[in-house]
Design a binder for this molecule. Structure first.
Ligand SMILES: N[C@@H](CCC(=O)N[C@@H](CS)C(=O)NCC(=O)O)C(=O)O
Length: 223
């Protein structure tokens, strides 16, 4: 196989909820890709070589075209480039798609707040104010997801937007899944029962269950 052929590569981390969104989209669409698992906070990571922001996921092309980074940006590329492959992951209706992307933003905000909290707690003297701020965001997002799922259930809808699976469902499963995986909100399933039931079923679906988060061993100090 020549250098310009072959599958896409996704620089990912085994626990990363951001990368998980892209992994699910590519798996569901049947796009061939290989994973390059890294720990983006450690010295030997390749991430700065491809993304000056030093974050993953990053999508690499076999022909050496510029890499694509930021999970949402990668989702957009996959949706448009592979528009002929089901599931389409957006509805094609501008207003519904605005909602789908908004839900993705909410899920990413939840993930970001978790990461900021995770490292704050590792500091010698964590800031109580900063922790409270991130905690509010996590709780706010979880409440918003519970309300959203409740509303959709009332309308007898399985998915968060429209009648088919979209990036909104993928993002919500990954965001909530990370809180569950990290044990960041003990008892969350009791506090948000409708969300827990929806998430539990979605998380076991084909394309989702293969990408559940797996912890890595962070050896180097980050903060
Ligand atoms: N907005 C970015 C966030 C990605 C992100 O925070 N990734 C984490 C791994 S889960 C990372 O690479 N962190 C390294 C760093 O912040 O330096 C996206 O959606 O892709």
């Amino acid at each position: 196989m020549s250098k310009t052929e072959g599958p896409l590569t996704l620089i990912s981390a085994t626990p990363s909820p951001f990368a998980r969104m892209n992994r699910i989209a590519m798996t569901l669409k049947g796009i061939p890709f290989q994973l390059q698992n890294e720990i983006p906070w450690e010295k030997d990571t390749q991430t700065p070589k491809y993304n000056p922001l030093e974050k993953l996921p990053i999508l690499l092309f076999p022909d050496g075209r510029p890499p694509v980074y930021d999970s949402a940006h990668i989702q957009e590329y996959l949706i448009q480039k592979y528009a002929d492959r089901e599931p389409r992951l957006l509805t094609g209706d501008m207003d519904l798609d605005l909602q789908a992307r908004q839900i993705q933003v909410l899920a990413e905000g939840l993930m970001d707040a978790f990461v900021l909290l995770f490292f704050e707690i590792k500091r010698e003297k964590p800031s109580a104010e900063w922790r409270a701020r991130q905690d509010r965001k996590i709780d706010g997002a979880m409440r918003a997801f519970e309300d959203l799922v409740k509303e959709r259930k009332k309308a007898d809808k399985q998915y968060l937007v429209g009648d088919d699976l979209t990036i909104a469902d993928i993002a919500a499963v990954c965001g909530v899944g990370h809180i569950d995986f990290a044990g960041a909100r003990e008892g969350w399933k009791g506090s948000y029962p409708t969300l827990a039931e929806w998430w539990g079923a979605m998380n076991e679906r084909e394309g989702f269950k293969e990408s559940k988060p797996v912890m890595f061993d962070l050896k180097e100090s980050v903060v």
